[in-house]
Design a protein around this ligand. Structure first.
Ligand code: ZN
Length: 198
Protein backbone atom coordinates (compact mmCIF):
# COMPACT_ATOMS: atom_id res chain seq x y z
CA UNK A 1 0.00 0.00 0.00
CA UNK A 2 1.25 3.47 -0.89
CA UNK A 3 1.93 5.47 2.25
CA UNK A 4 1.34 8.85 0.62
CA UNK A 5 -0.56 10.15 -2.39
CA UNK A 6 1.30 9.74 -5.66
CA UNK A 7 1.83 13.51 -5.92
CA UNK A 8 3.47 13.67 -2.51
CA UNK A 9 5.68 10.69 -3.26
CA UNK A 10 6.80 12.36 -6.49
CA UNK A 11 7.62 15.61 -4.67
CA UNK A 12 9.57 13.73 -1.99
CA UNK A 13 11.55 11.84 -4.68
CA UNK A 14 12.45 15.09 -6.50
CA UNK A 15 13.56 16.79 -3.28
CA UNK A 16 15.53 13.75 -2.10
CA UNK A 17 17.50 13.83 -5.38
CA UNK A 18 18.96 17.24 -4.42
CA UNK A 19 22.45 17.33 -2.88
CA UNK A 20 22.57 17.13 0.91
CA UNK A 21 18.91 16.25 1.29
CA UNK A 22 18.16 12.79 2.65
CA UNK A 23 14.83 11.06 2.58
CA UNK A 24 13.73 12.34 5.99
CA UNK A 25 14.49 15.97 5.11
CA UNK A 26 12.76 15.51 1.76
CA UNK A 27 9.61 14.32 3.54
CA UNK A 28 9.73 17.22 5.99
CA UNK A 29 10.17 19.73 3.14
CA UNK A 30 7.42 18.16 1.04
CA UNK A 31 4.86 18.46 3.84
CA UNK A 32 6.07 21.97 4.63
CA UNK A 33 5.57 22.98 0.97
CA UNK A 34 2.10 21.49 0.84
CA UNK A 35 1.11 23.45 3.95
CA UNK A 36 2.47 26.72 2.58
CA UNK A 37 0.03 29.38 1.22
CA UNK A 38 -0.56 29.07 -2.53
CA UNK A 39 1.09 32.40 -3.43
CA UNK A 40 4.30 31.45 -1.59
CA UNK A 41 4.44 28.13 -3.41
CA UNK A 42 3.93 29.95 -6.72
CA UNK A 43 6.75 32.39 -5.93
CA UNK A 44 9.14 29.54 -5.14
CA UNK A 45 8.21 27.56 -8.25
CA UNK A 46 8.54 30.66 -10.46
CA UNK A 47 11.93 31.52 -8.93
CA UNK A 48 13.24 28.05 -9.79
CA UNK A 49 11.92 28.11 -13.37
CA UNK A 50 13.07 31.72 -13.98
CA UNK A 51 16.55 31.09 -12.62
CA UNK A 52 16.96 28.05 -14.83
CA UNK A 53 15.66 29.89 -17.89
CA UNK A 54 17.62 33.12 -17.46
CA UNK A 55 20.93 32.27 -15.82
CA UNK A 56 23.83 31.69 -18.18
CA UNK A 57 27.61 31.43 -18.18
CA UNK A 58 29.53 34.71 -18.40
CA UNK A 59 31.26 34.69 -21.79
CA UNK A 60 34.58 35.62 -20.20
CA UNK A 61 34.87 33.98 -16.76
CA UNK A 62 32.06 31.38 -16.96
CA UNK A 63 30.46 32.37 -13.69
CA UNK A 64 26.66 32.09 -13.56
CA UNK A 65 25.06 35.42 -14.37
CA UNK A 66 21.94 37.09 -15.81
CA UNK A 67 23.89 38.89 -18.54
CA UNK A 68 26.29 37.96 -21.33
CA UNK A 69 29.17 39.43 -19.36
CA UNK A 70 29.06 39.32 -15.55
CA UNK A 71 29.42 42.53 -13.46
CA UNK A 72 33.02 41.66 -12.45
CA UNK A 73 34.20 41.14 -16.04
CA UNK A 74 32.26 44.21 -17.21
CA UNK A 75 34.01 46.40 -14.62
CA UNK A 76 36.90 48.13 -16.39
CA UNK A 77 38.46 49.28 -13.12
CA UNK A 78 39.22 45.64 -12.21
CA UNK A 79 42.63 44.25 -13.12
CA UNK A 80 41.89 42.00 -16.10
CA UNK A 81 45.49 40.75 -16.18
CA UNK A 82 45.05 39.01 -12.83
CA UNK A 83 42.88 35.89 -12.99
CA UNK A 84 41.78 33.88 -9.96
CA UNK A 85 40.69 30.32 -10.76
CA UNK A 86 37.88 29.03 -8.51
CA UNK A 87 35.82 25.85 -8.54
CA UNK A 88 32.38 27.44 -8.60
CA UNK A 89 30.30 30.62 -8.51
CA UNK A 90 29.85 30.31 -4.72
CA UNK A 91 33.63 30.51 -4.26
CA UNK A 92 33.71 33.61 -6.46
CA UNK A 93 31.00 35.14 -4.27
CA UNK A 94 33.04 34.34 -1.14
CA UNK A 95 36.04 36.27 -2.49
CA UNK A 96 33.85 39.12 -3.73
CA UNK A 97 32.43 39.46 -0.22
CA UNK A 98 35.88 40.36 1.09
CA UNK A 99 35.77 43.42 -1.21
CA UNK A 100 39.57 43.35 -1.42
CA UNK A 101 40.29 41.38 -4.58
CA UNK A 102 40.78 43.60 -7.62
CA UNK A 103 41.38 41.04 -10.34
CA UNK A 104 38.92 38.93 -12.31
CA UNK A 105 38.00 35.25 -12.05
CA UNK A 106 37.75 32.03 -13.98
CA UNK A 107 35.11 29.57 -12.81
CA UNK A 108 35.87 25.91 -13.51
CA UNK A 109 32.50 24.46 -12.45
CA UNK A 110 34.07 21.54 -10.67
CA UNK A 111 37.42 19.94 -9.98
CA UNK A 112 39.29 17.01 -11.47
CA UNK A 113 38.24 13.83 -9.67
CA UNK A 114 39.34 10.55 -11.26
CA UNK A 115 37.44 8.70 -8.49
CA UNK A 116 34.08 9.84 -9.84
CA UNK A 117 35.18 10.10 -13.45
CA UNK A 118 35.58 13.88 -13.75
CA UNK A 119 38.52 14.61 -16.04
CA UNK A 120 40.11 17.85 -17.29
CA UNK A 121 37.68 17.88 -20.24
CA UNK A 122 34.68 18.02 -17.89
CA UNK A 123 35.53 21.40 -16.32
CA UNK A 124 36.18 24.80 -17.94
CA UNK A 125 39.92 24.28 -18.44
CA UNK A 126 40.07 24.61 -22.22
CA UNK A 127 38.31 27.96 -21.78
CA UNK A 128 40.96 29.04 -19.26
CA UNK A 129 43.78 28.20 -21.66
CA UNK A 130 42.01 30.22 -24.37
CA UNK A 131 41.83 33.23 -22.05
CA UNK A 132 45.57 33.04 -21.46
CA UNK A 133 46.19 33.96 -25.12
CA UNK A 134 45.40 37.52 -24.04
CA UNK A 135 47.46 39.74 -21.74
CA UNK A 136 47.70 37.96 -18.38
CA UNK A 137 50.27 38.67 -15.66
CA UNK A 138 49.26 36.11 -13.05
CA UNK A 139 46.92 33.18 -12.52
CA UNK A 140 45.98 32.59 -8.88
CA UNK A 141 44.75 29.05 -8.28
CA UNK A 142 42.13 29.15 -5.53
CA UNK A 143 40.64 25.68 -5.83
CA UNK A 144 39.72 23.98 -2.54
CA UNK A 145 42.39 22.25 -0.47
CA UNK A 146 40.59 18.91 -0.93
CA UNK A 147 42.30 16.10 -2.87
CA UNK A 148 40.33 17.12 -5.98
CA UNK A 149 41.21 20.78 -5.53
CA UNK A 150 44.92 20.01 -5.14
CA UNK A 151 44.89 17.66 -8.14
CA UNK A 152 43.27 20.39 -10.21
CA UNK A 153 45.77 23.00 -8.99
CA UNK A 154 48.73 20.80 -10.00
CA UNK A 155 47.17 20.09 -13.38
CA UNK A 156 46.58 23.80 -14.09
CA UNK A 157 50.06 24.71 -12.93
CA UNK A 158 51.62 22.22 -15.38
CA UNK A 159 49.33 23.49 -18.11
CA UNK A 160 50.27 27.14 -17.65
CA UNK A 161 53.97 26.86 -16.78
CA UNK A 162 55.16 26.59 -20.43
CA UNK A 163 53.43 29.90 -21.27
CA UNK A 164 55.70 31.78 -18.85
CA UNK A 165 52.69 33.31 -17.04
CA UNK A 166 53.17 33.51 -13.26
CA UNK A 167 51.12 30.84 -11.44
CA UNK A 168 50.39 31.10 -7.73
CA UNK A 169 48.45 29.00 -5.23
CA UNK A 170 46.52 30.50 -2.30
CA UNK A 171 48.14 29.81 1.07
CA UNK A 172 47.18 26.68 2.96
CA UNK A 173 45.38 28.63 5.68
CA UNK A 174 42.22 27.25 4.13
CA UNK A 175 41.13 24.14 6.09
CA UNK A 176 41.65 20.86 4.29
CA UNK A 177 38.54 19.80 2.43
CA UNK A 178 36.84 23.02 3.44
CA UNK A 179 34.41 24.60 1.03
CA UNK A 180 35.61 28.14 0.36
CA UNK A 181 32.15 29.59 0.87
CA UNK A 182 32.14 28.54 4.54
CA UNK A 183 35.45 30.18 5.34
CA UNK A 184 35.44 33.61 6.94
CA UNK A 185 36.66 36.66 5.03
CA UNK A 186 39.79 37.19 7.14
CA UNK A 187 40.98 33.64 6.43
CA UNK A 188 40.28 34.09 2.71
CA UNK A 189 42.22 37.35 2.57
CA UNK A 190 45.14 35.80 4.45
CA UNK A 191 45.13 32.86 2.03
CA UNK A 192 45.13 35.27 -0.91
CA UNK A 193 47.87 37.54 0.42
CA UNK A 194 50.02 34.57 1.41
CA UNK A 195 49.84 32.95 -2.02
CA UNK A 196 53.03 31.36 -3.27
CA UNK A 197 54.37 30.73 -6.74
CA UNK A 198 54.10 27.10 -7.87
ZN1 ZN B 1 32.61 37.15 -15.87
Amino acid sequence: MELYSGHITKLIDELAALPGIGNKTAQRLAFHLINMPQDKVNRLATAIVDAKANVQYCKECYTLTDKEICPVCANQSRNHRLIMVVENTRDLAAYEKTGKYEGVYHVLHGAISPMIGIGPGDIKLKELVERLQGDVDEVIIATNSSLEGETTAMYISKLIKPTGIKVTRIASGVPVGGDLEYIDEVTLLRALEGRVEI
